[in-house]
Design a protein around this ligand. Structure first.
Ligand SMILES: [Zn+2]
Length: 246
């Protein structure tokens, strides 16, 4: 029954039993896990507000081989994003980030890159109050790390460079095509949407912000969120509430 201590991001919590909480969290050292925080719903719980979604915490837990759920014994806040939660738009964007992480990340597969990505997106929303760029950036990298991002600027049919040409993407994201190769069932993915993705694949979110990157076209974000929904086989509940600029 080894006790583990790691940084974690709380993704979602559910009431459990009389006064407990079932907590899904992304741990830095072991990936996504689920655990029980005994007594977390009782007044003056030792967990305080550390188990609120998207709190960045230091968490202590242990596991027993015969039980599927970890037992959480401590959680202390390192960083929270309550400032952003005061705005409706920002709090919906944070909910979407938590929901995507919860639905696409496999259990017990640590990914430091994914951990840092979630934090970077939350910090950007907290810092700027803007959601369009952090959500697009988060979705783009989630799709890329999941291995579902097609090559955006090369035709999957003939191989021609599409960076200055109209293009169409298959709904499942398996390819982007030129006008000649475009198969049935594709949707337009414009030059601007694909151009906006290019710097996002090269630069950090913070660098894009300070460099004055504009609002990415909504078409790009919708394309990426469609891929997330398709691969997780779930509709994202926070998505209809997301306020993106056109
Ligand atoms: Zn082609």
């Amino acid at each position: 029954m080894p006790v583990r201590e790691t940084e974690a991001i709380i993704l979602r919590t559910y009431p459990l039993g009389e006064g407990d909480r079932l907590v899904s969290f992304l741990s830095r050292s072991e990936g996504k896990l689920r655990g029980v925080a005994a007594g977390a719903r009782k007044p003056r719980s030792r967990f305080g507000s550390a188990l609120e979604p998207l709190s960045h915490v230091r968490i202590v837990f242990y596991e027993r081989e015969t039980r599927p759920l970890a037992r959480i014994s401590q959680a202390e806040i390192i960083e929270s994003f309550w400032g952003a939660q005061r705005s409706y738009g920002a709090s919906m964007a944070l909910s979407l980030i938590a929901e995507i992480s919860e639905s696409v990340l496999p259990e017990r597969e640590p990914s430091d890159t994914m951990f840092r990505l979630v934090l970077a997106a939350c910090r950007a929303i907290e810092r700027t109050g803007q959601v369009a760029l952090p959500v697009a950036y988060f979705a783009l990298w989630t799709v890329r790390l999941g291995g579902w991002l097609p090559e955006l600027d090369r035709c999957a049919g003939c191989g021609r460079d599409l960076s200055a040409l109209a293009a169409w993407a298959l709904e499942d994201g398996s390819g982007v095509f030129c006008a000649q190769c475009r198969p049935p069932g594709t949707r337009a993915l414009g030059i601007e949407a694909r151009a906006a993705a290019r710097p996002m694949l090269r630069e950090s979110l913070e660098k894009l912000e300070t460099g004055g990157a504009g609002v990415p076209p909504r078409e790009l974000t919708e394309f990426l969120l469609d891929l997330v929904e398709r691969h997780s086989e779930k509709k994202l509940q926070a998505r209809p509430m997301l306020e993106l600029e056109p």
